[in-house]
Design a protein around this ligand. Structure first.
Ligand code: CA
Length: 616
């Protein structure tokens, strides 16, 4: 009996020693042949995986180096994939002595060769920004998921409301028909935090769509269907931080994977220190290493393994889904050298992509600093092709609320454009009246439809890549100080039982219907007009409450007239604009279709806009 027990105990011990290691992650899960960069670094995660020796054999794939790090549950494997390597699968075996304790079937796929992918986005596009939790609930069965903690509760402004990727797919026609040509989705990767997960910026798995939004395959479906409708897809990526529920945060590969402080340290949120030639190092460090929020650990992109992990993660999504663009959250909060390396690596693989960095800074020189090709005195080049134009946002939000003055009212727009000499690529600035972090535009202009039309007439005809926040086209409102949930309300018609269905324009009030018609007319006109996409811009100093700009090429021109006077309808003598107008004889207003048989004078009502296509 005793002997029997001993044998059982021995067998149990032997089994434990040679037990299969539970391989939890190999990332990237797959890769592709024919990439520009032949190097690939695999992150392998499993209990005591570093005690094993990984072995693989595949023609054209060389194991260059195997890295053991502080935490024995991680291994990093450097592979070199030769230019001639063929697509296929191979097994990575993890050996202890001669025993295999784990294995992983790795696939090198052929690259996606569809013609309508990786198209980038540009000033020929208008981007529609939407928050997946708040746009449309296309699949009520996924509102709650057993794998994720926070459950749906539509009564909470900061709760999950059940919107998802299927909801977006269901309404691609609405987006396309309204006249948008690109779609930026706020992040939809897994956020398995306890609360506040609806916005998506606390990612807990960089390779997995949150199950409450759908699956990776459903996202691929969304991209493919969007491309069929000529809508480009921009994915929102976060490199500064992740969620505290991220699996690698719970078992850090290395202490310096994230920035750790003795006591909780918040970022000072002072982006200008990054370009400040006189910045104190203490301020720079707090900006870069302080946490964005208590539940968002600050990633240390100076750790080369993490840097590679993040860059490969981006490339994986671009290749997997055929993305057209990337929006980079909190660009100045990550080490600027990393952001530059990241942008160069992505553009080396996909030269036709467009990358837009969120550089939330009020002043123009601070903004130019973060765009590719800037002539910065410190030699820094972000290689970020596009940046957010917050100075233009601020001007747009002030211009039509203010009385005209030397620097007030529309002079703010004029002065902003006049400083474009500082940008190397003013045509590739993302311009917007509002977004998911800002007061809803209609609220900020005092619910005044006249101001709304003036602002949209300007924004959709000036230089840059316009971005419209979901619901702005139907005058959704809300102030940021009420709480973020109030600027991210549910799009009416996105949920079963909604009394208003904006998708079919049913139940909208007259102002909303008018705004939507205005936007749809202007957007669809803009879509076909290269003179707006690539034409030159000329502006005349606002005088007497009238601001005139032109977009023009050698044989085409569009005149935009804004009248910011509160009462006076104006008759404008057009002699002052003869540099362009002398070349043209007639015109047609874009929204109303009014024909102008001569152009020597124009009538314009108070607080309104004219967009006139000129004819020779
Ligand atoms: Ca849902």
């Amino acid at each position: 009996m005793k002997l029997k027990l001993l044998v059982i105990a021995f067998l149990a011990l032997a089994l434990q020693v040679h037990a299969k290691t539970d391989l939890k992650k190999v990332e990237p899960m797959n890769w592709w042949v024919g990439m520009n960069n032949p190097n690939l670094q695999l992150l392998v995660y499993g209990e005591n995986i570093s005690l094993t020796q990984p072995v693989l054999s595949y023609q054209g794939v060389q194991v260059k180096e195997i890295h053991k790090v502080e935490n024995p549950n991680y291994l990093f494997i450097d592979l070199v994939i030769g230019a001639e390597t063929q697509p296929g699968k191979f097994t990575i075996e993890f050996k202890e002595g001669k025993k295999n304790v784990a294995s992983y079937k790795y696939e090198l796929k052929a690259k996606n060769t569809q013609p309508n992918i990786h198209k980038g986005f540009s000033s020929s596009d208008v981007v529609y920004l939407l928050m997946p939790d708040r746009f449309s609930n296309g699949d009520p069965t996924n509102d709650n998921h057993p794998e994720t903690v926070e459950k749906a509760n539509r009564t909470l402004p900061s709760g999950r409301h059940g919107g998802d990727l299927q909801g977006v797919i269901n309404h691609l026609d609405y987006i396309a028909q309204t006249g948008f040509t690109a779609l930026w989705l706020n992040p939809f990767l897994e956020n398995n935090q306890d609360a506040f997960t609806y916005h998506g910026y606390a990612i807990s798995d960089f390779y997995k769509v949150d199950p409450r939004y759908g699956t990776n395959a459903l996202f691929l479906e969304l991209v493919n269907q969007s491309h069929q409708k000529d809508i480009k897809i921009i994915m929102d990526m976060v490199f500064n931080h992740c969620g505290s529920a991220h699996w690698f945060i719970k078992d850090l590969p290395m202490k310096n994977w994230i920035h750790q402080h003795e006591a909780y340290t918040r970022s000072n949120f002072r982006a200008p220190v990054i370009s400040d030639p006189y910045a104190a190092q203490a301020d720079v460090e707090k900006m870069l290493t302080g946490w964005f929020d208590t539940n968002m650990p600050d990633l240390n992109q100076q750790n080369p393994f993490l840097a590679t992990y993040l860059i490969q993660n981006t490339i994986w999504w671009v290749e997997y889904a055929g993305l057209d663009g990337i929006r980079v959250d909190t660009q100045p909060y990550s080490y600027k050298e990393f952001m530059s390396d990241w942008a160069q690596a992505v553009m080396a693989e996909y030269p036709t992509l467009n990358l837009v960095g969120e550089a939330w800074i009020q002043l123009i020189p601070n903004t130019t600093y973060f765009q590719r090709g800037a002539k910065n005195r410190d030699g820094y080049d972000s290689h970020m092709t596009c940046v957010t134009d917050f100075p233009m946002h601020d001007a747009l939000n002030a211009a039509f609320n203010e009385k005209e003055g030397w620097t007030e009212g529309m002079a703010k727009l004029y002065i902003t454009l006049a400083q474009d000499f500082a940008y190397q690529h003013p045509e590739n600035l993302l311009i917007f009246a509002d977004n998911h972090d800002l007061n809803r535009f209609y609220e900020s202009i005092g619910h005044d439809l006249r101001k709304f039309k003036m602002a949209m007439a300007f924004m959709l005809t000036t230089r840059g890549v316009p971005q419209v926040y979901y619901g702005t086209e139907i005058l959704m409102d809300g102030m940021e100080h009420q709480g973020h949930g109030f600027i991210r309300k549910d799009f009416p018609g996105g949920w079963m039982g909604d009394t208003i269905d904006a998708f079919s324009l049913s139940g909208l009030n007259p102002d909303q219907a008018d705004a939507h018609h205005y936007m749809k007319t202007l957007l669809n006109w803009r879509k076909k007009n290269e003179v707006i996409h690539r034409g030159k811009l000329m502006q005349f100093i606002p005088e007497d409450g009238i601001y005139v700009t032109f977009r023009y090429t050698d044989n085409k021109a569009v005149m935009v007239v804004l009248n910011n006077n509160e009462q006076a309808d104006k008759t404008i003598a057009t002699h002052r604009y003869k540099e362009i107008l002398s070349l043209y004889k007639t015109g047609k207003e874009v929204i109303l279709g009014t024909a102008y048989s001569k152009l020597d004078s124009l009538q314009i009502p108070a607080k309104s806009a004219l967009i006139i296509e000129l004819n020779k």
